[in-house]
Design a protein around this ligand. Sequence first.
Ligand SMILES: *Cc1c(COP(=O)(O)O)cnc(C)c1O
Length: 331
Amino acid sequence: MLENTPHKKLSIRDIYEARARITGIARRTPLVLTHALSRETGASIYLKLEHLQEIGAFKVRGAANKILQLSAEQRQRGVTTFSTGNHGLAVAYVANRLGIPAVICISQRVPQAKVARIGRYQAQLAIVGQSQDEAAEHCRTLQQEQGLTLIEPFDDPFVIAGQGTIALEMIEDLPRLDKVIIPLSGGGLLSGIALALKSLDPQIKVIGVSMERAAVMYESLKAGKPLLLPEAETLADSLLGGIGLNNQYTFQLTQELVDDLYLVSEEEIAKGMFYMLEQHRMIVEGASATCIAAIRQHNIVQPGEQVACIISGCNVDLSVVTTIAQRYAAN
Ligand SMILES: *Cc1c(COP(=O)(O)O)cnc(C)c1O
């Protein structure tokens, strides 16, 4: 099926290659049954704990797969990226592990918890503009003027294949998987996982979840082409950012591979974060809580199904967690 698409260049082989390449930098994370959510829904729901990666998010997989295949000359010149946070953190971490210079361009909106963590990996930080798109522009200037290699946050075949390694681990741990629920922003995570799962078993359903506010991929798919939307304040800040008007891979891959898309409200995201805190004593960021919210409030799983839900990251300011805990613990 995939051989007939324009994505000949990206296949399950690339994802197996990615896994071999990134072993030793990205962790193999656990897939654990959540009794609480399973009881609530009648399905067997498993959480893929990607927030247990060293950087607190899955993005280390894609960044490692991209950076590890650069030439010696490219490595010497260094790498750069723009990001709402976790991808920047991933590039900083991988570059630091490999002794490669890195400049991370981020917007002023990026939460303090993420900024502090990027500093830990000794990357140079460039804080510019109010949106990811402005940070991206600065990054492209560095690429042209200083010859740095730009590590795209999602629209790159190596990044997509790196994120797809999550699927290989899940299918090994849970060979009979019916459905996977994935937070969706630029679509690198969903494209990689969907490509791997559908290659191995086309029956597996892939569901994407975004926040109601500034759901760029959702609106773009509806319009049939990539759109630009203004950013908005959201608890799921890791899902902010455009998909690029000149999107090369993830728009089409998402269009072809996703079975259903859902949007969740800020209130539902906050409740999802609280649910993970109360039931599992886990701090997860809003982006991951979108999936919990979709399962609990939008009836997206059926009794008897075997479902995996991607817990994509945990980089959230503690003040946000405290506020949510206080708001819902009283009731
Ligand atoms: C980047 C990110 C996502 C979404 O990944 P895309 O490839 O941009 O769709 C989801 N959750 C977290 C925590 C992220 O950092």
